[in-house]
Design a protein around this ligand. Structure first.
Ligand code: AGP
Length: 607
């Protein structure tokens, strides 16, 4: 996601400090960069699309004057990566500048209201509304602090913001809701940043800003208040003894673990998708004759799960296809009535883009679901959705998989609504459950990690695993198996549990580990039959099941629990989490680095 940094210095120019601190936030991923400073009551801004070094080469970011300034690395969510959409954003009179990390959900309503009262917008971002809201309040005579306070009270969504104004050129006002914000207190000034690594070489004295807090920074001090009632908050700085490398991972030893653990937050961001994107895409889906869901690896598993969800909720038949097989398997059947929904975290996977090209040449409608706005997939799609998971650094896809499933489930629900295929009660129930999914995932992460660590110790020397499920849980099993193979380098086989007796069961001998994904759904009876057939041959059963599922727990040698009453169509999201964790701990037990899997690259741009 975006990175923010800024500071008020006692001595020296701020621009090169912002420049080098933004470089330390590069690991967060970004497509554009910008800085704003204040000097002698004048606001200066430089920004553009590109990497920091490229933008610096053309604009000389260090040439901005002044001791106070803010900077930003942008990872596009609302509006394409363009110079105008890059931060900082300014008000109508170029007196106020804002940087923001997060998503303002109600920005269209606010923008309309501000435009109606005469404000002129330059960008297509959600952030710009903040600059105009602050401007509005300052015009009414309020201070910068109170104007920011009033502005953030009107915002829905997530934000870490920093605002400066030429009218009060001695301070920066920051506010936080959900998105991270930290202060650094140094000898030569006070800093704010999305993450500690940004200011770590300047100071190791840090103050974490909590949700719902407002901060004013001056060259010697910081003051914190609660946004709700303006009560002052006293919080002393803590000494951080992280190495810069640990700081990038927010204290976690591996990116993969950090990304597994941040799934509740990432899912909350994904749930903030603008309603009209979902509406637009489901309208296209509704019109689709033949609908292909196309992707590779983990993203393909999301497509496979989605094929069950579309069928169960919207009675819509879809064809999930592995992208590298698309042209051979389906190429000739594509025509003007076909629609392809291509799913790709990176939006750059060569096999997926080649399948898109085949479909485009045969006049199909292309839609995309990706985590990377501005990627090739977004450019070749007629309509696309950005899943808003934030950059994923770990080679193994984790948080982006659960977010893909979250978007695809919401699309299926919209389609079901449009087509009147399931009752309003069922839709209301599922919509309420989708919103609770981040909490469900959080519970699993909090309660199951120790048990999973023990299981990894117990099973670390096994040389092969089966991952089995029926119905939608087959997709979950496939993804669990891929995680174990790619990260822990353990051979693993996955197939629908019903297929066991058609061949693979011949591999089973006493002690052979079989992981069953046991979502409570219509497949239950037959799944129990499959567990029995494995047990009869001496297999060791590891079940992922609901916490009150005593029947499965009695059959299993080991089990990992997920919260109860998870609707079948949403089950892959919580059920995959213990399997991600299992793969991670298996890798550690086997002496492997989960962030550096052998022979793999994060984005596969060759065919
Ligand atoms: C998953 O853990 C993988 N590393 C890999 O299978 C990945 O999902 C696949 O290469 C597709 O990538 P994409 O989503 O960026 O297109």
């Amino acid at each position: 996601m975006c990175g923010i940094f800024g500071c008020v210095l006692k001595n020296g120019d701020v621009a090169n400090v912002i420049h080098s601190s933004l470089k330390r936030l590069e690991y967060r991923g970004y497509d554009s960069v910008g800085e704003a400073t204040l000097d002698k009551g004048v606001l200066f801004v430089k920004k553009d699309v590109g990497k920091i070094d490229e933008v610096h080469a053309t604009h000389d970011l260090d040439a901005l004057p002044g001791k106070i300034g803010i900077g930003h690395t942008r990872w596009a969510t609302h509006g394409a990566p363009t110079k105008l959409n890059a931060h900082p954003h300014t008000d109508c009179e170029d007196q106020i500048a804002v940087v923001h990390n997060g998503i303002i959900e109600n920005f269209s309503v606010l923008k309309k209201e501000l435009e109606d009262s005469g404000h002129v917008f330059k960008s297509r971002t959600d952030t710009e509304v903040i600059a105009h809201l602050v401007e509005q309040k300052m015009r009414e005579g309020q201070t910068l602090r109170d104007s920011v306070l009033e502005a953030v009270k009107r915002l829905e969504g997530s934000y870490a913001i920093a605002v400066i104004s030429a009218k009060e050129p001695d301070k920066i006002v920051c506010a936080r809701r959900e998105s991270p914000l930290t202060l650094g207190v140094g000898e030569n000034g006070v800093y704010f940043a999305s993450d500690i690594p940004a200011f770590l070489p300047l100071t190791n004295k840090a103050v974490i800003v909590e949700n719902g807090e407002l901060v004013v920074l001056s060259e010697t001090e910081y003051t914190i208040w609660k946004i709700s009632d303006l009560k002052p908050v006293i919080r002393e700085p803590k000494t951080i003894d992280w190495t810069p490398e640990m700081a990038e991972k927010q204290g976690y030893p591996y990116f993969m673990l950090k990304e597994i653990m941040e799934q509740p937050l990432a899912l909350r961001n994904t749930l903030r998708l603008q309603e009209h994107y979902l509406e637009l895409m489901s309208t296209f889906l509704d019109r689709a004759g033949q609908l292909f869901l196309v992707a590779c690896g983990t993203s393909y598993h999301a497509c496979l799960a989605a094929s069950y969800i579309f069928s169960k909720l919207a009675f819509h038949v879809t064809t999930p296809v592995i992208a590298s097989e698309f042209t051979e398997q389906q190429g000739k059947s594509v025509n003007i009535d076909s629609t392809m929904l291509a799913v790709s975290q990176s939006g750059e996977t060569a096999d997926t883009l080649a399948a898109v090209e085949t479909a485009r040449q045969r006049a199909a409608t292309i839609m995309g679901l990706t985590n990377t706005i501005g990627s090739t997939l977004t450019r070749v799609s007629r309509v696309y959705i950005g899943q808003q998971s934030g950059p994923e650094i770990g080679v193994a896809a984790t948080k982006t998989f659960t977010a893909q499933l979250c978007v695809l489930s919401q699309l299926a629900l919209r389609l079901a609504k449009m087509r009147g295929k399931i009752s309003q009660d069922e839709i209301d129930f599922l919509e309420a459950r989708v919103i609770r999914i981040p909490d469900t995932v959080e519970t699993i992460l909090k309660t199951q990690e120790e048990k999973i660590k023990d299981l990894a110790k117990k099973y670390k020397n096994k040389t092969c695993f089966f991952f089995l499920g029926r119905g939608i849980s087959y997709a979950t099993a496939l993804e669990g198996r891929l995680k174990l193979m790619e990260i822990a380098c353990v051979p693993a086989i996955s197939f629908p549990a019903g297929e066991s007796k058609h061949g693979p069961i011949s591999l089973v001998e006493p002690g052979f580990p079989v992981i069953f994904v046991c979502a409570k759904d219509e497949t239950r009876k037959t799944l129990i039959g499959n567990i029995m057939e494995m047990k009869a041959r001496g297999a060791t059963i590891i079940a992922i099941c609901e916490e009150d599922d005593d029947e499965i727990k009695c059959l299993a040698d080991d089990f990992i629990e997920v919260p109860k009453e998870i609707p079948e169509v949403l089950s892959p999201i919580p059920y995959i989490v213990p399997l991600q964790m299992f793969a991670f701990h298996m890798a550690l037990e086997r002496g492997l680095d989960p962030d550096k899997p052998r022979n793999l690259a994060k984005s596969v741009t060759v065919r």
